[in-house]
Design a protein around this ligand. Structure first.
Ligand SMILES: [Zn+2]
Length: 468
């Protein structure tokens, strides 16, 4: 079971009948034991870190940073070259201020040096290869520990607990999952995690009506969602005059959260909206506390710096900076002072409501902006649901959807060396597999993908007016 959880896709690919059998057999074992030892150990660490003083937070982070930096310098040729050419003497690294002298890295540094950044053999069984679209449209490729899902899940659960959630509580999930389709209903059930999945690739009025009818039958459930998907569902529920009294909280991740949308969703579902921040690179993560919707950065997960355009640390409340992360979880390929491309407002080093000595930030943005494709029936499909974390975009430097007709889209790709027809066919079949005919996708190779006037690249060059 541990394997099935750490290699999540295996579990997702398991036929439902086996899942049901496994669910019955395993239901006598407490879920925290099924998930694994790393989950339980991480939970203990999180609870301890909740009570740390500022000095204890600093000491823990300094020790972890030293480990990562020393390993990186001694074992990764790319880091050795980077620090040597910047004139950095790693042996004189004693304090956090020494760490802040290290050069920043970005996506290009990782992509250009992927084989020069490994601490272990990339072919080991406990190493995963990940590709992600990130925010700029240029895919990022990297290696990471296969066991990270257990650690990640411990953080999610500890965050959700602040809304009253307990491991094993019923969840209704509206995220990027391809579900079964029975009698026209796009829905699946995972008996182990007690999760009901609905397809946010299918959001016609009829689909949403059936999701809502099912959600209303669930006792004391939690909705685990993409912000854009739940906003769409809430808008629909409102137009149909549907109210809820059984939803305990909305648990949202993976997209920007807009305060108007949050307030609207809270009013429709009559419960709290709780948001977490994280990313596939697993460098830093944050979640709201019991009393505040500001993000509390988890101190034992990674080291988060908020830096201005000159690379200086932001210390004034209300100032905006880029999130630069150094992860503690990835011990396969260290990311040290990595520019995430995400931005946030600095709040402080302490929450006076919950009394945690954690870095507090708010209004995180830029991470997977909400962008949509328009399906044949004019319903919207969130870009985040299409985002591929596998080998779909291998040998592609940059990609972008272009759409001017509902139900039809073109993926423009700027290709790198080694791109071949097999790569092209894989893009078409993987994307069309996810979209299940709601949007027909074709691929064209281009020399360049234009940036917006702010120098950003967008995932969906959307020419259909979807603002109404
Ligand atoms: Zn707090």
């Amino acid at each position: 079971m541990k394997k099935a959880f750490s290699k999540k896709n295996l579990w997702e690919a398991t036929p439902p009948v086996f899942k049901k059998l496994a669910g019955l057999t395993l239901s006598v074992v407490p879920l925290e034991y099924l998930i694994g030892r790393k989950f339980r150990e991480t939970t203990k660490l999180i609870l301890a870190a909740d009570k740390w003083t500022k000095d204890e937070v600093d000491a823990y982070q300094l020790e972890k940073l030293k480990q990562q930096v020393c390993n990186a310098y001694n074992k990764c040729p790319a880091y050795k070259k980077l620090y040597d050419s910047a004139g950095i003497d790693i042996s004189s690294f004693y304090k956090l201020s020494d760490f802040k002298k290290l050069p920043l890295i970005d996506k290009a540094f990782i992509n250009d040096n992927i084989d020069g950044l490994l601490l272990v053999d990339k072919n080991s069984a406990d190493v995963d290869y990940v590709t992600t679209g990130g925010t700029s449209g240029v895919p990022l490729h990297f290696y990471i520990n296969a066991g990270r899902s257990q650690i990640e899940y411990a953080y999610l659960v500890e965050g959700w607990r602040k809304t009253g959630f307990k491991l094993g509580d019923i969840k209704a999930v509206l995220r990027g999952r391809v579900t079964d389709t029975k009698a026209g209903v796009h829905q699946s059930y995972d008996p182990i995690f007690n999760e009901h999945y609905y397809s946010n690739f299918h959001m016609s009025n009829g689909d949403m009506r059936s999701y809502i009818a099912h959600i209303k039958t669930l006792k004391n459930c939690f909705l685990h969602v993409y912000p854009s998907s739940i906003y769409q569902l809430a808008r629909f529920a409102k137009t149909e005059n549907i109210s809820f009294d059984n939803v305990q909280a909305i648990l949202a991740e993976s997209e920007n959260v807009y305060s108007e949308q949050r307030a609207f969703v809270e009013s429709v579902f009559n419960c709290r909206y709780y948001s977490s921040y994280g990313h596939s690179e697993k460098l830093v993560a944050a979640g709201e506390c019991e009393y505040s919707s500001n993000y509390h950065v988890w101190p034992a997960y990674g080291y988060l710096e908020l830096l201005d355009e000159d690379g200086d640390e932001i210390t004034q409340k209300g100032q905006v900076g880029e999130i630069v992360g150094t992860g503690f979880i990835n011990t396969v390929m260290p990311f040290i002072r990595y520019k995430t491309g995400d931005f946030a407002d600095y709040v402080g080093q302490f929450c006076d409501k919950c009394k945690r000595n954690h870095l507090i930030i708010k209004d995180i943005r830029g991470h997977r902006v909400q962008e949509h494709l328009v399906a044949k029936d004019h319903s919207l499909i969130s870009w985040t649901a299409v985002n591929m974390h596998d080998d779909t975009f291998d040998n592609v430097l940059q990609y972008q959807f272009y759409q001017d007709t509902p139900g039809v889209a073109v993926i423009k790709i700027k290709t790198g060396n080694g791109f071949n027809d097999e790569n092209k066919q894989r893009i078409i079949s993987n994307i069309n597999g996810k979209l299940q005919g709601r949007v027909e996708v074709s691929v064209i190779q281009v020399d360049d993908i234009q940036l917006t006037e702010r120098g950003k690249s967008v995932f969906v060059d959307q020419r259909i007016n979807i603002s109404s």
